[in-house]
Write a protein of this length. Structure first.
Ligand code: UDP
Ligand code: MG
Length: 138
């Protein structure tokens, strides 16, 4: 069994896509074991995207991620890190496989609707960044 962190980003929430995205997760047989709605401040968003701090897109990414509420979720299933990345599609919606969330709902390479951890290590960091153990169910 594996866990990953999923985020419905501000464009997903403001465009009314929460239900559609959760439906896709549940239809895959992936369990949601933690969920909350948050509005990140700059400090919290910068800490989350720390690995990207020196990228040219960093400041714009932080503007975007603090622009409105988000939904953060912990997903649990076998191989869920890869499975959720597959459901999301590639970072750039123009490159994403047809049928994926980003291909169908993403606006551009920045405003791409969803986040998913990219490895076991980042999943652990990201889950602990938003959730206490007591906030997750089993
Ligand atoms: N991003 C961006 N411009 C880029 C690459 C990424 O604005 O050229 C944003 C985008 O929102 C992306 C996030 O930064 O989801 C994190 O980038 P990463 O390369 O980790 O992509 P992801 O893992 O989300 O597919
Ligand atoms: Mg990433």
């Amino acid at each position: 069994m594996e866990r990953t962190l999923a985020i419905i980003k501000p464009d997903g929430v403001s465009n009314g896509l929460i239900g559609e995205i959760i439906k896709r997760i549940e239809n895959e047989g992936i369990k949601i074991v933690g969920m909350k709605m948050l509005h990140l401040d700059r400090f919290k968003a910068e800490g989350f995207y720390y690995v990207h701090r020196s990228k040219p897109f960093f400041n714009s990414l932080i503007d975007y991620m603090t622009s409105g509420p988000i939904v953060v979720m912990v997903l649990q299933a076998p191989d869920v890190i890869n499975r959720w990345r597959k459901l999301m599609g590639a970072t750039d919606p123009k490159q994403a496989e047809p049928g994926t969330i980003r291909a169908e709902m993403g606006l551009n390479i920045e405003r791409n609707v969803v986040h998913g951890s990219d490895s076991k290590d980042s999943a652990m960091y990201e889950i602990n960044y938003f959730f206490k153990g007591t906030e997750l169910v089993d």
